[in-house]
Design a protein around this ligand. Structure first.
Ligand code: G
Ligand code: G
Ligand code: NA
Ligand code: MN
Length: 250
């Protein structure tokens, strides 16, 4: 596996970089934070999608090194922003279940000086099923550090409502597939409304992923969805693109 071999050196060779996608308050339209997304420019192949290389990195264990770099780099950058917005980092199951993960997060927060309440960790439910007990313990310890945990891609994969009770989530991200045409599709609308109701009942804020049209956003505003993310508000881009929010403090 050539890609697997190349990945081992990619961080050290400076081939990885981060892009940021804004997360906005639905009512005001204000940017409240950014999700960090990893990009790899392979010297021969060019841009390789994380959807292609993250699974390989998880299998080989390289995700531990890469994921730690992502976390450190994201926290380091966010700590310099003039505006104390939140930063959301995707974390895979392999990382959560690694014995020293909580310690690593603790160290990164300490070393970068980022306030823990500005860090959000995004995990999918699929990540939890491999070792639910251990995942639960890790999430509790992470929360004790003061950060927040978001359930990513809610409604897909191994979703189960019992996960909302078993794990200490602070936020639910509804998967983009339910947002697509939500203003025109009765089934999607019914599903999104019920997730929003679930969030209200549980006291959990809901973020809608993959918002691409004004119609979708209007539906979300009418239904009191808290936050939205998607191409309509902004594509993932270099942090400099969002100058006013994130230019380094004097
Ligand atoms: O950025 P893009 O939409 O192409 O991402 C594709 C997939 O890769 C998404 O599922 C996203 O969550 C995942 N991904 C992107 N960056 C990271 C990362 O830093 N760590 C992990 N574990 N997954 C990531
Ligand atoms: O799995 P996760 O939700 O972390 O993946 C986020 C992925 O979705 C990234 O690859 C990102 O580039 C992509 N994405 C973000 N906003 C939109 C959008 O509005 N439409 C589509 N099609 N993809 C999006
Ligand atoms: Na995510
Ligand atoms: Mn997602």
């Amino acid at each position: 596996r050539r890609l697997e071999h190349d990945m081992r050196h990619a961080v050290a060779r400076g081939e990885m970089h981060l892009v940021y996608q804004p997360q906005c308050d639905v009512d005001s339209g204000t940017v409240v934070g950014f999700e960090v997304l990893l990009r790899w420019t392979h010297p021969q192949r060019g841009m390789v999608s994380p959807a292609d290389f993250i699974p390989i990195a998880e299998e080989s264990g390289a995700i531990l090194q890469i994921g730690e770099w992502v976390l450190r780099e994201a926290c380091r950058q966010a700590a310099t922003w003039a505006n104390p917005l939140s930063v959301a980092v995707n974390v895979s199951a392999v990382q959560i279940l690694a014995p020293h993960f909580v310690q690593v997060v603790h160290e990164v927060l300490f070393q970068t000086g980022l306030k823990p309440e500005r860090l959000e960790i995004e995990i999918t439910e699929t990540a939890l099923i491999r070792d639910p007990g251990r995942a639960q313990a890790a999430l509790r310890q992470l929360k004790a550090l003061g950060l927040r945990i978001a359930m990513d891609d809610f409604g897909t994969g191994y979703s189960s409502l019992s996960n909302l009770r078993a794990y200490p989530f602070d936020k639910i991200k509804i998967d983009a597939s339910f947002i697509r045409d939500v203003d025109a599709n009765e089934q999607a609308a019914a599903i999104v409304r019920s997730v929003l109701g679930l969030g209200r009942g549980l006291g959990l804020p809901i973020l809608a992923e993959g918002v691409e049209t004004e119609g979708e956003l209007r539906f979300l505003a009418d239904e009191s969805c808290h936050a939205a993310q998607g191409y309509l508000m902004g594509r993932p881009a270099a942090i400099e693109t969002f100058g006013a929010h994130t230019h380094p403090a004097e």
